[in-house]
Design a protein around this ligand. Structure first.
Ligand SMILES: Cc1cc2nc3c(=O)[nH]c(=O)nc-3n(C[C@H](O)[C@H](O)[C@H](O)COP(=O)(O)OP(=O)(O)OC[C@H]3O[C@@H](n4cnc5c(N)ncnc54)[C@H](O)[C@@H]3O)c2cc1C
Length: 300
């Protein structure tokens, strides 16, 4: 069994660490940001393939992760729930390219005003603050460690390094093809909503969790600011209220921003003693178990 250093403690690094530990490897995580400080903590987080390529591999990674989340939804402490919701479109739209990754998808006829098409399906909703804590608990229980460290290069000295540094791969993988796509969200109070809604065009999404509702969003390529913009927040809220009128009186609790690590093609590849696993774009949660499985096979 190998001594593996995993760089990064977002959803990708933690999931890889869990799977490697389950295979019997020794695993130590190094990360500048702890799990609840990472981009992953900002995610909505709906299982949904978004801003991530290439499609054939994303389909396989997504399907594998969906199956794992179905199993985790049986354990309330994970923060994973299977939730029904609707994706809406303003014009007639063919089935999505990832159709085969979900067990069923039904055309929706009861659409909000202004929409002409849509589909309803059951998908995992992952409450990230709970889930990241649960993943970290798994790492700990399996004998892994996490140390805060701001690295200027990938470490040497271990048998293998797994690079799950997300946007940090611009430096650690010397990879300028990973770019930020800024996402701003609001957390509003739970007003009894139990379905999610998504209009991918703008994008606008409303994702209910146990104690709040995540309302988004934006897709701003090349934008590095992590400061919430008040005008953007007002625009998001107005869009979300048009989509889901029940939000009309919901109090705003918090504003958050995350920088999605988008790459022309998600990188899962072994180069010598380094296994790279980064560039999950807007689907890091959605693909996490699938890419971790591939990392396990590359570690060998
Ligand atoms: C608003 C928003 C909504 C989203 N919604 C969804 C959704 O509904 N579903 C979904 O699947 N995905 C969603 N995403 C995308 C998802 O959040 C990302 O794909 C995911 O977080 C990427 O995970 P990661 O572990 O690769 O990166 P990160 O979470 O960014 O973690 C990277 C880790 O690497 C570490 N690191 C980086 N550089 C260094 C360094 N030099 N030294 C040491 N450590 C370093 C960081 O500190 C961190 O620990 C959303 C994102 C945003 C912003």
């Amino acid at each position: 069994m190998a001594r593996v250093v995993v760089v990064g403690a977002g959803v990708v690094g933690l999931t890889c660490a869990v799977r490697l530990l389950e295979e019997g490897h020794r695993v130590d995580l190094l990360a500048r940001d702890l799990p609840l400080e990472s981009t992953s903590a900002v995610a909505a987080a709906l299982w949904y393939p978004y801003l991530s390529l290439p499609r054939e591999r994303v389909l396989n990674w997504g399907a594998a992760s969906y199956a794992e989340f179905v199993a985790l939804a049986g354990e309330p402490e994970t923060g994973v729930r299977m939730v029904t919701g609707t994706e809406v479109h303003r014009s007639r739209t063919p089935d999505p390219w990832w159709r085969d990754a979900v067990p069923s998808l039904d055309r929706e006829t009861a659409l909000p005003e202004g929409y002409r098409d849509g589909w309803t399906f059951v998908t995992p909703v992952v409450e990230m603050p709970l889930y990241l804590r649960w993943l970290l608990g798994r790492v700990d229980a399996l004998g892994g460690t996490l140390t805060r460290m701001n690295l200027s290069a990938l470490p040497t000295g271990a048998d293998l390094v797994v690079n799950c540094s997300g946007l940090g791969a611009r430096l650690l993988g010397q990879d300028r093809t990973v770019v930020p796509v800024r996402g701003q969200v609001l957390l509003v109070e739970q007003v009894g909503l139990d379905r999610w809604y998504l209009d991918g065009e703008v994008p606008t999404y409303v994702v209910p969790r146990s104690r709040d509702i995540v309302v988004g969003g934006t897709e701003q390529a090349g934008e590095w600011s992590r400061t919430p913009d008040p005008a953007t927040a007002a625009d998001i809220l107005a869009r979300a209220r048009r989509l889901v009128p029940e939000l009309a009186g919901a109090r705003v609790l918090r504003h958050k921003v995350g920088l999605r690590p988008v790459r022309p093609a998600l990188r899962v590849e072994r180069v010598d003693y380094v296994v790279h696993c980064y560039g999950h774009g807007g689907a890091g949660v959605t693909l996490s178990w699938g890419t971790a499985e591939e990392v396990v096979s590359l570690v060998g």
